[in-house]
Design a protein around this ligand. Sequence first.
Ligand code: TYM
Length: 332
Amino acid sequence: MEENKKVIFSGIQPSGDLTLGNYLGALKNWVKLQEQYECYFCVVDLHAITVKQEPKDLRKRTLELLAIYIATGIDPEKNTLFIQSHVPAHSECAWLLTCSSYMGELGRMTQYKDKSKKAGDNIGAGLFTYPVLMAADILLYQTDLVPVGKDQTQHLELARDLADRFNKVYSPTFKVPDGYIPEAGAKIMSLQDPARKMSKSDDNPNSYILMMDDPDTIRRKVNRAVTDSLGVVKYCDEQPGVKNLMTILGCITGMTKEEIEAKYEGKGYSEFKSDVAEAIVKELEPIQNRVNDLLVNKKELEEIYTRGAEKAEYVSRKTLRKMQKKIGFIPR
Ligand code: TYM
């Protein structure tokens, strides 16, 4: 194990196909961090079942997500890649933390409020306790930094509160983690309603680009993206659609807003949109090809997640044991 390197933990749910938002807000940054940090990247399947999943789809998506991690450039030799349900300490720790969580603080989570509205009369209890499981994920690894998009900041704050509370009630046990939100791309917006975040659970498929969308679909969706009637490529709040497309282009190509504005001065939206689409295609196509290759050889993926789970198991158990001892459980 690498000593002295700061620890990073992050995860994505295999609950639907990944969007460009997941890629730019999370995955693309993970790739940059892997040299400098000791990283745990988890496929959080326990989180996915907070909403109903078809078993065969969940299996397929879990493997596909692992393949996407690798295809994006996360090196399985240097990082710990694993599947959450393979490491039981996550569920155990979540229960221990649930017992020191308050109904009030969980009820305040905006993601819970949004999702429970959609759930109708029977709101799953898992939707409510979900952020505690996320806190367990993070705290078990004595994590320093959690690279996520903006929509996860409230959950992260809860993880910090729970760590702090446990440390105070018992004695220092957890590192209190910090968020690591990228400067650009932390909130990619819907292509159809730029006031809302791009989300895989959106009813309108034109509102998001999937990481596995084929080039023509990507071109069509970008072409249909909502802009405005001003016809000027300018980064400002009055033009949220254009601003979002500029953010996407900037994140992928590394161009600054000023460079993008200068390039499209006096040109209208058609050329701009077509360049945004081509940049996305160029970025995603090689990843898609690698994903498909990786999925052909399931043995290799199996080896990676087995190895990952062993390492994650070892590290997480250590923290869990400390918790159990401090709480007053009798060791076996
Ligand atoms: P999830 O699966 O919804 O999203 C995965 C990551 O993608 C980011 N993201 C976005 N970033 C920018 N723009 C968007 N439109 C966009 N949509 C999603 C999310 O912020 C996230 O970083 N609870 C987490 C998963 C999780 C986790 C963890 C994360 C479980 N345990 C521990 C970090 C640490 C979630 O549902 O992310």
